[in-house]
Design a protein around this ligand. Structure first.
Ligand SMILES: NC(=O)C1=CN([C@@H]2O[C@H](COP(=O)(O)OP(=O)(O)OC[C@H]3O[C@@H](n4cnc5c(N)ncnc54)[C@H](O)[C@@H]3O)[C@@H](O)[C@H]2O)[C@@H](O)CC1
Ligand SMILES: Nc1ncnc2c1ncn2[C@@H]1O[C@H](COP(=O)(O)OP(=O)(O)OP(=O)(O)O)[C@@H](O)[C@H]1O
Ligand SMILES: [Mg+2]
Length: 389
C-alpha cells in the first residue's frame, strides 16, 4: 500500500538524534520567574513567526514522497530522549511545564482528571483544571495535586438574560491565568451544553490571540468540528480524534467518509484543509500529520479499550509538545531539529509513551487494566527510555 513518508527535516532530525549523545540540547537555564515568563512569550512568538512565514516546515513542504509503509514509523524513542528534560537542580518550579485542562462537567469528572494528572505524572510542574462548579469539588477530591477552578457554567444554571455577562466573566477568569500556561488541553469531559461550548469557543479564541498552544480532544472536537474557524490555520493547535470524532471531522471537512485504504493520504489532506494544524488520529496505530508529513506510532499497545486512555494522551501531548518547543529554542545550532514541527514531535512522543505504559499495565493487570493503572506506569515507562538524572 503506498503511504506518505516523513519529509526531510524530520527524517534528518531522526537520523541525527541517533548519532548525538542523549540530552545534548537540553535546557539548563538559571533565571528568575519573571525572565522565564518573558522567554515563554518570546518562544511562542518566535515559533508563530516561523510558522506563519512558512519557515518552520518549508524545507519539507514541497517534498512529500510516496514510499513503503515501514518508512512511516516514527523513531519515537529518539524523540522521547531528545525532548524530555533532565531533572536539573538549577531549574525552578514551572520550567518543566504548566498545563491547563478546560473540561469537566456534571457527567464527566474522570476525563479532565486523567488528562491533568497524566501531565504531572510525566513530569510537568503544575496542572490546572477549569471546569463547572458541579465537577470541581469532585475533581479536587481525586487529587490535591491539581489546581481546580470552578468557573464554567452550563445552561441549566444560567438565566437567559445573564448569559452575556456570565460568558464574559468566565473568559476574564481564564484570561487572568492564560499567559502562565505552556499549553491548554480543551475538551476532556466538557460535555455538549451549547452555552458552555460557546464560552469555551471564546476561551479558544483568547488562547489563539495569546499564542498559547492548544490540544483539542473529546467534546472540544465536537465544538471545533462545528466551528472550524476556531482552529483553522493555527499552527499551535493539535486535534486528537478517536474513531467517532475522526469520522465527524472527515465528513465535515472533506465531505466524504473515512477511507482506511488510504488512511495517510486522507489524514494529510484533512490536516492541510484545516490550514496545516496537527492531527493525531487514534486507533490500532496512531497516525500523525500536520499536512506536510505523516508519521505512524504502532509500537506496544494494549488490547484493553477502557475509557480514559485518550485523556491520558491529550495531557501527554500538551507536556511533550511544550518540551519539544522548549528544547528547540535552546538548540539553535541544530537547524534541522529546530525546524521540525514541535506539535508533531509532541504527538509522537505522547503516543509512544502511552502505548508503552498501557502495554506494561496490561502485563500485570490483563482484563482488569484500567486507566488509573496505565497512569501509574507512565513514570516508569518514561524512565526506561529517558532517565530522570
Ligand atoms: N471517565 C470519564 O469521565 C470519561 C469521559 N470521557 C468523555 O466523554 C465524552 C464523550 O467521549 P466519547 O469518547 O465517548 O465520545 P464519542 O464521540 O466517541 O462517543 C460518544 C457517544 O455518545 C453520543 N453523545 C455524546 N454526548 C452526547 C450528547 N450530548 N447528545 C447526544 N449524544 C451524545 C455520541 O454521539 C456517541 O455516540 C468526552 O467529553 C470525553 O472526554 C471519555 O474521555 C472517557 C472517560
Ligand atoms: N485498537 C487499538 N489497538 C491498540 N491501541 C489502540 C487501539 N485503539 C486505540 N488505541 C490506543 O489508545 C489510545 C486512546 O485511543 P482511544 O481511541 O481509546 O481514544 P478515546 O476514545 O478518545 O479515549 P477516551 O476514552 O479517553 O475518550 C490511543 O493513543 C491509541 O494508541
Ligand atoms: Mg476521548
Amino acid at each position: 500500500m503506498p503511504l506518505l513518508a516523513p519529509t526531510r527535516p524530520v527524517q534528518a532530525f531522526l537520523l541525527l538524534s541517533t548519532c548525538l549523545p542523549d540530552h545534548e540540547y537540553l535546557d539548563r537555564p538559571n533565571t528568575n520567574n519573571c525572565m522565564l515568563r518573558f522567554t515563554a512569550v518570546l518562544r511562542r512568538q518566535q515559533f508563530l513567526i516561523r510558522a506563519l512565514s512558512g519557515e518552520a516546515h518549508s524545507r519539507g513542504a514541497t517534498e512529500i514522497k510516496v514510499m513503503a509503509e515501514g518508512n512511516l514509523e516514527a523513531d519515537a524513542v529518539s524523540i522521547l530522549r531528545r525532548i524530555t528534560p533532565l531533572l536539573d537542580p538549577n531549574r525552578n518550579k514551572g520550567q518543566a511545564g504548566k498545563i491547563a485542562v478546560i473540561g469537566g462537567c456534571r457527567e464527566y469528572t474522570g476525563a479532565p482528571y486523567f488528562a491533568a494528572i497524566s501531565a504531572l505524572k510525566i513530569g510537568a510542574d503544575l496542572s490546572h483544571v477549569f471546569c463547572t462548579k458541579d465537577a470541581a469539588m469532585v475533581i479536587k477530591s481525586y487529587s490535591p495535586e491539581l489546581i481546580v477552578h470552578p468557573i464554567l457554567e452550563e445552561s441549566y444554571s444560567v438565566r437567559d438574560e445573564d448569559k452575556g455577562f456570565i460568558s464574559s466573566k468566565t473568559v476574564a477568569e481564564v484570561a487572568k491565568w492564560i499567559e502562565r500556561f505552556d499549553c491548554l488541553v480543551i475538551g476532556p469531559g466538557l460535555g455538549r451544553d451549547p452555552f458552555l461550548l460557546d464560552c469555551v469557543g471564546e476561551i479558544l479564541k483568547l488562547a489563539r490571540r495569546s499564542n498559547i498552544p492548544v490540544v483539542i480532544d473529546g467534546d472540544g472536537l465536537f465544538l471545533v468540528t462545528n466551528n472550524l474557524d476556531l482552529v483553522s490555520g493555527y499552527a499551535l493547535a493539535v486535534l486528537t480524534p478517536n474513531v467517532n470524532e475522526y469520522k465527524r471531522l472527515v465528513q465535515k471537512v472533506l465531505d466524504s467518509e473515512v477511507n482506511d485504504q488510504d488512511a495517510s493520504e486522507q489524514l494529510l489532506s484533512l490536516a492541510k484543509s484545516i490550514g496545516g494544524i496537527t492531527i493525531l488520529r487514534k486507533g490500532k496505530s496512531d497516525l500523525i500529520s500536520d499536512g506536510r508529513t505523516v508519521h505512524v506510532v504502532s509500537s506496544f499497545g494494549s488490547p484493553r479499550r477502557c475509557g480514559g486512555q485518550g485523556d491520558i494522551l491529550s495531557g501527554s501531548v500538551a507536556v511533550f509538545s511544550s518540551w519539544a518547543r522548549q528544547v528547540q529554542t535552546t538548540a539553535e545550532e541544530d537547524a534541522t531539529f529546530s525546524t521540525s514541527n514541535p506539535m508533531v514531535l509532541g504527538c509522537i512522543a505522547a503516543s509512544a509513551l502511552l502505548r508503552k505504559a498501557a502495554f506494561v499495565a496490561f502485563e500485570s493487570n490483563k482484563r482488569s487494566t484500567l486507566t488509573t493503572d496505565i497512569i501509574e506506569h507512565l513514570g516508569r515507562s518514561l524512565e526506561d527510555i529517558s532517565p530522570a538524572c
